[in-house]
Design a protein. Sequence first.
Length: 202
Amino acid sequence: MRYIKEAFDVTTFAQAKNVVLSDDPNDPKKFDRETDFLVDIIKQHIEINQDSNVLDFGCGMGRVSKKLIDTFNCNVTGVDISDSMLTFARLYTANIKKFVATKECPQPNTMDVCFAILVLQHTENPKQEIHKICDSLKHGGYLVLVNEPHRMIPGDVENGYIKWSDDAFDVFGEIVPLTSPVLEVAGFVVSAATKVAELLPN
């Protein structure tokens, strides 16, 4: 199955938003509603402040990065494979003091919280990426994962929009063992041993 990395090279902000979170004609407020919902849950379970160093892995055009900065005034490093997405992320977050956009993961043991929001389902090698993310976490830090139960990899592009394919790789099967033992709290599954948090799909 083909993996078209160039599918993430967007030319407009509208296209970038649609890649990050697919449009729903019946829910025009989906982008803001789902972003607010996610960060509100995070606020209830993880302490983040202006001194926190946060990784937004697969940041796209900065959807989660901006909301995290606006809510917590934290320091966010946005990582993405697409130069154009990183450009839009810099413009969207509009905060050069609190946001750094880069293609490279941070140095090991430097991040207080790491987010991978609807991204591992799209990556070419999720197993490799999760280890990069975990390496960047400080001891006792938090890892927040949000993922579909199936894979959605870029197999084609039609009229400027990605056509997703499923290569049958079991993302949760690979990742869940890293998060046990777990305790479910208000939609979160929190690992008491490693402080790993995972927001599971319904």
